[in-house]
Design a protein around this ligand. Structure first.
Ligand code: PEP
Ligand code: MN
Length: 346
C-alpha cells in the first residue's frame, strides 16, 4: 500500500490537488481525515508518481508499507506515536497508570475509588458502566447513571476517565461522559463497533481479544484508525489457556511484539491478565520493564463487596504500593534502551 500523509495544517485545496493529480493517473485514493492529519491510501503507484507526489505542497510523507495494517504499522511511524487522554500523554516515555473499580456501583464507591486512585499517583480513573458479563443474570452495570457517577468522580479529583462502550448505539452517550472509550476483549472483533468509535474521535483503549492473534488485534486497531480516529492505545489483557491457575495468560511477549509491529502505544492489564491479586504487582513491574507504555489496574475500596471481579480487585493500599514501585522503577526501560526496536522487515 502507498500511504500519503498530508501535514495537519494542509488546506482542503492542497488535499484536493493531490487527489486530482492521482485521479489523472486513473487512481482513486481512500481519503481519511482526522483532526490531526489527512491520509490518502493507494493500493499501488509508480515510482515516478510517488516521487512527484512526495514533493507536492502540503505532503509530509509518502511511504510504501508492506502490511495488512498500514496505518498502525511501525513502518509508517518508526518513532512511535502518542495519544493524549485529557491532559495525560500515553506513549511519551512516562508509564501511565489507569486505576479504578471493575464496575461503577454507587456515588460513595466511586468517590472513594477516585480519591484512592488520585492519592496513589494513578493518572486515569476507570469504572465500567456497561458491563459485558458472561452470565446474563450477573450485574450488567448502571448505564448512563454509571457514566455520570464516573465523570463526576473523575472531575472531583482531576483525573480523566475511561469506560467501556459495548454497542455502536451507545458510542455517542459514552463519548459525552468519558475521556477515553474502552473496547473490551469480547468486542475486539465487533467491526461495526470499531468503525463507530473510529468516527467518534475520542481516544480508544482497544483490548486484545482473549483468543485473538497479535495480527488480528492490530487489524482491529486499523479499523478504528481507518475510520478517522488515530487515537488508539492497545491493551494486552491476557489470552485463554488450558491452565485454570490463572484467569488468563498475560502475554507480555505479545504486548512487546505489538509495540514492535505498530507505532501505537501499548498498555497491559495484569488484573484481568492474571485474575490473581498476588500476581498483579510482579506483572505490572514486568510489563513496564519490558517497555510498555502503562498499566490498567482494578481496585475497589472494599473488594469483598465488589459487584464484579472482586477476587482480582486490589485494596487501596495494594494499589498505592504497586504504583509507587512502578513509578519508582528506573526510567531506563527496554523501550528506551533500544530493546524494543523496529524489525528491518516484515
Ligand atoms: C474490564 O476492563 O472491566 C473488562 C471487562 O475487561 P476485559 O474486556 O479485558 O475482560
Ligand atoms: Mn473487570
Amino acid at each position: 500500500m502507498i500511504v500519503i500523509r498530508l501535514q495537519s495544517a494542509a488546506s482542503k485545496a492542497k488535499v484536493n490537488h493531490v487527489v486530482q493529480v492521482l485521479s489523472k493517473e486513473g487512481l482513486t485514493p481512500e481519503v481519511m481525515s482526522s483532526a490531526s492529519e489527512t491520509i490518502l491510501l493507494l493500493q499501488s503507484a509508480s515510482a515516478s508518481l510517488v516521487d512527484f507526489v512526495s514533493k507536492m505542497a502540503g505532503v509530509e510523507q509518502v511511504a510504501e508499507v508492506q502490511s495488512a495494517y498500514p496505518l498502525v504499522s511501525r513502518e509508517l511511524k518508526p518513532h512511535g506515536s502518542q495519544v493524549k487522554v485529557g491532559s495525560v500523554i500515553v506513549g511519551g516515555g512516562v508509564p501511565v497508570v489507569i486505576a479504578g473499580p471493575c464496575s461503577v456501583e454507587s456515588e460513595l464507591q466511586m468517590h472513594k475509588s477516585a480519591e484512592e486512585a488520585k492519592r496513589s499517583g494513578a493518572h486515569l480513573l476507570r469504572g465500567g458502566a456497561y458491563k459485558p458479563r458472561t452470565n446474563p443474570y450477573s450485574f450488567q452495570g448502571l448505564g448512563v447513571e454509571g457514566l455520570r457517577l464516573l465523570q463526576e468522580a473523575g472531575k472531583s479529583v482531576g483525573l480523566p476517565v475511561v469506560t467501556e462502550v459495548m454497542s455502536p448505539t451507545t458510542v455517542d452517550v459514552v463519548s459525552e461522559y468519558a475521556d477515553m472509550l474502552q473496547i473490551g476483549t469480547r468486542n475486539m472483533a465487533n467491526f461495526d463497533l470499531l468503525r463507530a468509535v473510529g468516527r467518534s474521535g475520542r481516544p480508544v483503549l482497544l483490548k486484545r481479544g482473549m483468543a485473538a492473534t497479535v495480527d488480528e488485534w492490530l487489524q482491529a486497531a486499523e479499523y478504528i484508525v481507518s475510520a478517522g480516529n488515530p487515537n488508539v492505545i492497545l491493551c494486552e489483557r491476557g489470552i485463554r489457556s488450558f491452565d485454570p491457575s490463572t484467569r488468563n495468560i498475560l502475554d507480555l511477549a505479545g504486548a512487546v511484539l505489538a509495540k514492535q509491529k505498530s507505532h501505537l502505544p501499548v498498555m497491559v492489564d495484569p488484573s484481568h491478565g492474571t485474575g490473581v491479586v498476588s500476581l498483579i504487582g510482579p506483572m505490572s513491574l514486568a510489563a513496564i520493564a519490558a517497555g510498555v507504555d502503562g498499566i490498567s489496574l482494578e481496585m475497589h475500596p472494599n473488594p469483598q463487596e465488589a459487584f464484579s471481579d472482586g477476587d482480582q480487585a486490589l485494596t487501596p493500599e495494594q494499589l498505592h504500593e504497586i504504583v509507587r514501585q512502578v513509578m519508582g522503577m528506573s526510567t531506563q526501560t527496554a523501550a528506551q534502551s533500544g530493546l524494543v526496536s523496529v524489525p528491518s522487515h516484515g
